[in-house]
Design a protein around this ligand. Sequence first.
Ligand SMILES: [Zn+2]
Length: 381
Amino acid sequence: MQPSYRSRNIRHEIITLLQQSGPLSRADLARRIGIARSTITGAVGALIDEGLVEEMETVPVAGRGRPATTIALAQGAGAAVGIDFGFRHVRGVVADLQHNILAIEERELGADYEFDAGIEAAFDIIDRLSQRANMSTERLLGVGIGLPCPTSNEGVTTRSAMIPKWSGRNVLQLFSERLPMPFVVENESRLAARGESVWGAAKGVENFIYLKLHSGVGGAVVAGGHFISGQNGGAGELGHISLDPQGPICRCGNRGCLEVYAGIPAVLAQARPVHADITLARLMTLYGQGDPAVTRIMADTARRVAQALSMLCNTLNPELVLIGGSLAGAGERFIGIVQDEMKTMALELNRAPRMERGALGRNASALGGVARVFELFAGRS
Ligand SMILES: [Zn+2]
């Protein structure tokens, strides 16, 4: 007989529920998952044997009744590492199954760093994080890796001219050959969305769009609780939605992509005729001060963002649009213009999703890597 959907996922459901709720009795676990007590007893027994959960005695209130036995995730049962390859840095986070962040490490490598330098920095960070978490690398549940480029579902970076140094590299194989533990590789924007859904501003939200406005523009689409990766891993490349077929050439080879209007380099370039040496920090200050040129540039940028989001919202009707990346620092005023512009471009039904800034900042992708490992681990039968 085929195992039922429930029986295949009991392990996942127990671990997930204990992560979310803390210690629970076997009876509570059975009730909340909706299966027989005897089935829970067997599954919990197997998890205890693996050292992943443990029994705890709960002292009765005011001395009445018998001590209750609850089940909790074992202290130090396991931890996962998330690694984020940014444009100038490699950043890593280690967190345990109870979602405590144990340590963070970062290596600054400079803009456009070499592929090999990035990989070596990542191994160094994994080593250092496992030391700081007081956990040998063998005890890590795995490592979730976020790459700054389109990545196939098999962990191979797409051959493209966008980031030549990363083109066609089998990152998953490279890591798996060096360290004997599970690795998972995904586009860093999708991992950031995963991080926000577990730790951040999209917690509990099943339909949302994540838009990262940074040096590059990326994103992720979450529909019905599923992180959409698509046939080739290319879903969520929001920065390369072409908004104007006559527009400027993009690094992807097409014209008029959202990134050529809303990527940080593009925004700064527009300001340079007026503010020659402008930096992102200066741009934000001038925006706050109401500088006329910067105000106009940011309004134009917001209009382009609204144009892309209107298409996406008419396609997906999300509950939430989460704006990440450093340009999200433009804040409420910028988001307000995006929302106003969407009113003229999306159907009434789709034009007013909640719109917020991401909550995790620079840790979003690395935390998403951790979340991805936990998900795979919990689902393993
Ligand atoms: Zn493009």
